[in-house]
Design a binder for this molecule. Structure first.
Ligand code: FES
Length: 130
């Protein structure tokens, strides 16, 4: 069996939603100290919906594929749904990651979590709505 699924390879080669949102409502940056990979997520939120999401990942192919898939999973979703996104869901949507690459999907979960935290800090009144 190939080490990486077709979906991982596809999202690695053609990552979706790469870039920066200049006037983002929430920004989250995380890193993994062991491998040194860094991931940054930008969220644009309107009426409690993730209107747009973009990412920049300085990291391995699995981290790039995970960020790409994670953005696809939350784009257009309510904030409450984005808050529930787990690294497991990201890995499953990619048709799996090798065990030793699961931490790459954790970065995606954490980056989104941090970006949402940033959003709630800027808009504390929204915290109770979700
Ligand atoms: Fe560290 Fe992939 S090897 S995020």
């Amino acid at each position: 069996m190939a080490l990486y699924s077709e979906k991982v390879m596809d999202h690695f080669r053609n990552p979706r939603n790469v870039g920066v949102i200049e006037d983002a409502d929430g920004i989250g940056e995380v890193g993994n100290a062991r491998c040194g990979d860094i991931m940054k997520m930008y969220l644009k939120i309107k009426d409690d919906i993730i209107e747009d999401v973009k990412f920049e990942t300085f990291g391995c192919g699995s981290a790039i594929a995970s960020s790409s898939m994670a953005t696809e999973l939350i784009k257009g979703q309510p904030v409450s749904e984005a808050m529930k996104l787990t690294n497991k869901a990201v890995a499953e949507a990619l048709d799996g990651l090798p065990d030793y690459k699961m931490h790459c999907s954790v970065l995606a979960e954490e980056a989104i979590e941090k970006a949402l935290e940033d959003y709630f800090e800027k808009h504390p009144e929204k915290r109770k709505d979700v």
